[in-house]
Design a protein around this ligand. Structure first.
Ligand SMILES: Nc1ncnc2c1ncn2[C@@H]1O[C@H](COP(=O)(O)OP(=O)(O)O)[C@@H](O)[C@H]1O
Ligand SMILES: [Mg+2]
Length: 258
């Protein structure tokens, strides 16, 4: 299949166990190009484990399909090469590098070069390096990270901008499907608005976006469809409107103080 109308990412019957604990049980969903799929559920429901399962970071049951091709057995770094990218719940930066250098580093797959080439071809290497830096600069701006922060270490920029940087670094040189894990954690006010605008612009560019989120207002306003997990099981799936009036969902949320 060459792209086409089918889902970009489809998971079927995903299951994860940690010893005796069933963290995820028979979870099935798909997300298409230009769509935002939300995943919600109380703490410990299995949301992050679901991403671990999709990206093959844990032993799991079930199947994963990327653009119609089964990729269940494909290793995590090769999934990333094929356009399945993920941001983690905690910010993950190279702390010794500047914001710009962090971005250059994740563009290595596009501009990477061997040590031999760097030694024998210093001029073309310098040219390539300049192109990588300019590309990184543009990408940071596109993800809402102003130039004034590019030369700083990630921990020295405002928290809201750090969250945007996490998304930019996960997206890297490009993605077909992007998995975000609680991108709005700790955000408020104008940062939340920036995040909503970024998610909608990624969707409008045709990316398949999956967003785990605790923040109900955010997920209800951006998601096209929502999967609800509780204790590892998928208890509902539907449009935000359907989810908001689903008795099983209300019960799951009323049973846990959020
Ligand atoms: N590496 C692990 N080893 C053992 N148990 C884990 C591990 N990761 C997650 N769990 C457990 O699996 C369940 C689901 O966790 P998680 O997927 O992080 O939930 P969520 O992201 O929805 O809060 C929880 O009970 C959690 O304690
Ligand atoms: Mg989590």
């Amino acid at each position: 299949m060459s792209g086409g109308a089918g889902p970009v990412l489809r998971v079927k019957g995903l299951g994860v166990t940690y010893g005796a604990l069933v963290a995820l049980d028979d979870v099935t969903w798909s997300v298409g190009a230009g769509e935002i799929l939300g995943i919600i559920g109380p703490n410990g429901a299995g949301k992050s484990s679901c991403y671990d399962a999709v990206t093959h970071l844990v032993r799991r049951q079930g199947q994963v399909f990327l653009k119609g091709e089964e990729v269940t057995a494909v290793a995590p770094h090769l999934l990333a090469e094929r356009g399945l990218k993920r941001a983690f719940q905690q910010n993950a930066f190279f702390h010794e590098l500047t914001v710009l250098e962090n971005m250059v580093t994740v563009l290595q797959d596009r501009y990477g070069t061997s040590l031999v080439a760097a030694t024998l071809l210093p001029f073309s290497e310098a040219r390539r390096r300049r192109a990588a830096v300019e590309d990184a600069r543009q990408r940071l701006l596109r993800f809402g990270i102003p130039e004034m922060y590019h030369g700083l270490k990630p921990t020295n920029i405002p928290y809201g901008t750090q969250r945007m940087l996490s998304i930019a670094l996960a997206y890297g040189s490009g993605a077909q499907a992007l998995l975000l894990d609680e991108p709005a954690a700790g955000l408020g006010g104008v940062d939340m608005t920036h995040l909503v605008n970024l998610l909608l612009s990624l969707k409008n560019e045709g990316l398949a976006v999956v967003v785990i989120e605790h923040h109900m207002d955010l997920i209800m306003s951006v998601a096209d469809r929502i999967v609800v997990l509780e204790q590892g099981r998928q208890i509902a799936m539907g449009t935000p409107h359907e989810i908001q009036s689903d008795p099983r969902v209300l019960e799951a949320y009323l049973g846990h103080t959020q």
